[in-house]
Design a protein. Structure first.
Length: 120
């Protein structure tokens, strides 16, 4: 179907078996695999070393390359200066007593972000 594999493959779920499949689906000689998903149990993955020696590569991207100590203060500053609008992502505000409602909204796919207020 791809004539030798894909140029880029992305694993976004966080399963070791899918990381291996993503690598195996990449093009011989030049395919790049980017691992974005976090493997819950830190399971090892098994890759064909010959494929790597022939040019395939694997790259990890934790938090999209964000460097927390450097980038989070910059993002907070931009938010406080109203240069970064995050408020649109908040779809619901609930009290602690309504915690089950928050889970219902999540399961139903009706919530992007919920803020839970402890004192309301």
């Amino acid at each position: 179907m791809t004539g030798g594999g894909v140029d880029y493959s992305f694993e976004c779920i966080g399963l070791a078996s899918l990381m291996e499949e993503a690598f195996n689906s990449s093009r011989t000689g030049s395919g790049k695999t980017v691992i974005l998903g976090m493997e819950k149990n830190a399971s090892p993955i098994s890759l064909d070393s010959r494929a790597i020696l022939r040019g395939r590569s694997v790259h990890g991207s934790l938090f999209g390359g964000l460097k927390p100590k450097l980038d989070i203060p910059i993002l907070v500053d931009r938010y406080l200066k109203k240069e970064l609008n995050l408020d649109g992502f908040i779809t619901h505000e609930i009290s602690f007593e309504e915690i089950n409602k928050a889970f219902d909204l999540l399961v139903e796919g009706n919530s992007i972000r919920c803020i839970m207020w402890m004192d309301k």
